[in-house]
Design a protein. Structure first.
Length: 172
């Protein structure tokens, strides 16, 4: 794999995470995916942004006190989201995880399920595995949705303009 291919994939990963931050904020965390599933996905307590310089200049927001306005300001200044923590809720499953844009890594996955308090360790194992599969398939679907959105003509004519309006909104 060439250095250019790695760099292009890195940029696509950063764009995907930025897209998730944008859509999460714009839709108040509500997403609909194929099969009419509804879920909630929010930006968590840590976001890392970097520019394309060598070495990159980075900004790290962590804790519960950074805001969407902070995130937008960093993006307007030329930074792109390279890592972000997300919180997710769907059906009886909730969890947190980090996505790293460089290689689409999912790290620090924590799954919280209503059945996780079961006494049977085998039942706990299968409940957690089901949660992992569910989150993985959701992320796959969100990635396909991202690709469809940005590669269609509607992104050029409408979607990118909406993104720019969101990006330039002032905090209320």
């Amino acid at each position: 794999m060439s250095a250019d291919t790695v760099k292009q994939n890195n940029q696509l990963g950063r764009d995907f995470i930025t897209y998730l931050c944008y859509k999460s904020d714009e839709n108040e965390g509500l997403f609909e995916i194929a099969g009419a599933k509804r879920l909630h996905l929010w930006v968590g307590d840590k976001v890392i942004l970097a520019d394309d310089n060598t070495p990159p200049n980075s900004i790290i927001y962590s804790g519960e006190y950074f805001t969407g306005a902070d995130l937008k300001q960093a993006i307007r200044s030329g930074k792109r989201v390279s890592e972000a923590q997300f919180k997710i809720e769907i059906d009886e499953t909730a969890g947190t995880f980090m996505i790293r844009g460089e290689r689409f890594d999912i790290v620090n996955l924590r799954i919280h399920s209503s059945d996780s308090g079961a006494d049977d360790s085998e039942a706990q194992f299968y409940t957690r595995m089901h949660g992992m599969e569910q989150i993985n398939s959701i992320l796959d679907e969100l990635y396909y949705q991202f690709l469809r959105d940005i590669s269609g003509q509607s992104w050029e004519h409408e979607g990118y303009k909406k993104f720019q309006i969101w990006l330039n909104e002032k905090a209320a």
